[in-house]
Design a protein around this ligand. Structure first.
Ligand code: F6R
Length: 241
């Protein structure tokens, strides 16, 4: 992987956003894979500045990595709402071109397959933004997930529910399940850009980028991909060899 270490998250995010804006200028039919959580927020902020400066993202398609199962439609912490608020609106994407897995309880048995089909029919993702969990998860593929896994329903680990409790009133309000792109799905994207900032990510980053390739460290799947860029601040890079 190409490893880029910056003094601040904002500096790294600016480089990623400039690269995306350039790729969109070259081919307006660009498809962006969006992650939620904190790590990509400075990238979205930098892309919003490009949009405010006249960049046209209206023909960019977007596919989200994952969604909680069972939150009521319109719940502010559902990833459909988070993506609308943090990506679609500030960047000026066409909402018709933005897809998030369907976490509605009804039809949940087919939600993974339907999303997988939509991705394949669309022609896949050009650049997939990724964060990494303290457990090493990519998307919500927790340790033990197959490197060949497709989009499917998963149970969140207790650790991940605790980590995400900050977005809810309490950990009890964090859903138990999610629909997530699989590691196999993520590995089909043409370029992976993994963002990790802060000391709390240092161990996961070192294990993912330099440790053994193993299902017990889902992040190590990046070592199987021919085109990966890892964007770090100094704290997140501090345990690299
Ligand atoms: C988000 C996602 C997760 C996060 C990861 C890191 O769509 O799939 O894998 O990227 O939990 O979260 P943050 O960036 O909040 O530390």
């Amino acid at each position: 992987a190409e490893m880029l270490v910056f003094e601040t998250a904002e500096a790294g995010a600016q480089v990623v956003a400039d690269h995306i804006a350039q790729a969109v200028r070259a081919s307006s039919a660009f498809t962006l894979g969006v992650a939620t959580g904190s790590s990509p927020l400075p990238v979205y902020a930098a892309l919003a500045r490009h949009a405010a400066g006249g960049a046209d993202f209206s023909r960019v398609s977007a596919f989200a990595l994952d969604e909680y199962v069972g939150l009521p439609a319109g719940h502010p912490q559902s990833y459909a709402e988070v993506v609308a608020r943090e990506v679609t609106e500030p960047l000026g994407l066409d909402p018709a071109l933005v897809r998030v897995p369907d976490g509605g309880a009804e039809g949940i048995e087919t939600a993974g397959d339907r999303y997988e089909e939509a991705l394949i029919e669309h022609g896949g993702v050009d650049l997939q933004l990724l964060g990494i969990g303290a457990t090493g998860h990519l998307g919500f593929n927790e340790p033990g997930s197959s490197f060949a896994s497709p989009t499917r329903v998963k149970t969140l680990t207790e650790r991940t529910r605790q980590d995400n409790a900050r977005f809810f009133d309490s950990v009890d309000d964090v859903p138990m399940h999610c629909v997530t792109q699989g590691l196999g799905t993520i590995l089909r994207a043409r370029h992976l850009v993994l963002l990790a900032f802060g000391e709390g990510k240092a161990d996961a980053v070192a294990a993912a980028a330099e440790g053994p390739v193993t299902a017990s460290m889902p992040g190590s799947a990046i070592q199987l991909h021919p085109r990966v860029t890892v964007v770090l601040d100094e704290a997140a890079a501090s345990r690299l060899a």
